[in-house]
Design a protein around this ligand. Structure first.
Ligand code: 2P0
Length: 321
């Protein structure tokens, strides 16, 4: 049995930063994101002989035999548990995010793997249950199952899933900045933030409020409010992370220069708002009709990539040869 699925990355408008339960991958707060329509990950899962000792994982044509394989195997163990199967699998994944583009590939990666693995193991899961499953691979993958703008609910295992919410048309421009120091992975950085940043409790309470405000702004089609909340929430997340000890600083002087350029763009009448994840790259939210102008204005800061709002993860084919 082989099943193949495709999923896209997403960029949070209200960020996920911190877990309430690491084993179940439950977030401390809800979050809201926009799915991209660029950089799909396509993943095939083929069931192999149950006597095989291990699963295999091939990423962009290279056999992976270290950490990422262990993460894929743990994820497949969950799927096997749900399906009552002990069959091993060969996972083959093509990830089109350019190296160094700074878009987390774990979101599209585990969303595509969840859809393909569920189908290969014969599970017929709803979008909600696929999203809950993807969550166990990587938190942000929860939001790459539904299309468009989606909210990932905080809650218990049954209640922590993502779903599409109504929102106005929006676009993003990704500005890739390559001068960052070696990054600390978000898992470790989240743990350190929770353990040592005195700002973390305020992050949790303010973000919980911002999720509600963001959903209201999306439902009202209020792009200006969506943008203001997006930029504010990103800066609050970075302030909270910088408050950890030893400090973690993802934004570089060039990242800050892009934030400044976005403020200047607004003064010139182009409505654009900046956000940034666990790295130096900046993503700029704008109206679809402004994306080319925004991309042109930011060209000097690094490679720019434009994106519209993306589709849901989906099964491409499922065959029993
Ligand atoms: C987000 N990030 O909401 C936030 C903002 C980065 C900054 O989700 O440990 O790879 O697998 O749940 O999803 C990156 O963290 O972390 C992330 P795990 P993940 O997009």
């Amino acid at each position: 049995m082989t099943a193949t699925a495709v999923a896209h990355p997403n960029i949070a408008l209200v960020k996920y930063w911190g877990k309430a339960d690491a084993d179940l991958a439950l977030p401390a707060t809800g979050s809201v994101s926009m799915g991209l329509d660029v950089f799909p990950t396509t993943t095939s899962v083929t069931l192999t002989d149950r006597r095989e000792a291990r699963d295999t994982f091939t990423l962009n044509g290279r056999v992976v035999d270290d950490g990422p394989l262990v993460r894929v195997e743990r994820f497949l163990d969950l799927v096997r548990g749900m399906a009552g199967s002990d069959a091993r699998a060969a996972v083959v994944s093509e990830n089109t995010v350019p190296t160094g583009a700074g878009l987390a590939s774990s979101a599209s990666g585990f969303a595509a793997l969840a859809v393909a693995a569920a189908a290969a193991y014969g599970l017929d899961l709803s979008e909600r249950d696929l999203s809950r499953l993807a969550r166990r691979g990587s938190g942000s993958a929860t939001r790459s199952i539904p299309g468009g703008v989606s909210v990932w609910h905080a809650g218990d295992d049954a209640g922590s899933f993502a779903e599409t919410v109504p929102a106005p048309p929006m676009a993003m421009v990704v500005v890739t900045i390559n001068d960052g120091p070696k990054e600390i992975g978000s898992r470790e950085a989240m743990r350190r933030t929770i353990a040592t940043s005195p700002f973390y409790p305020a992050w949790v309470s303010s973000t919980t409020e911002t999720v509600g405000d963001m959903l209201a702004a999306c439902a009202a089609g209020d792009f200006t409010r969506i943008g203001e909340l997006t930029e504010s929430n990103a800066l609050r997340m970075h302030a909270t992370i910088e408050g950890a000890f030893p400090p973690i600083r993802y934004l570089t002087s060039r990242s800050v220069a892009v934030f400044d350029a976005v403020v200047a763009m607004r003064a010139d009448g182009i409505e654009a708002y900046a956000t940034a994840d666990a790295g130096p790259n900046v993503v700029v939210l704008c109206r679809p009709e402004d994306r080319a102008r925004v991309a042109g204005a930011l060209d000097g800061f690094g490679a720019v990539i434009e994106s519209g709002t993306g589709p849901a993860a989906r099964l491409l084919r499922s065959e029993d040869p």
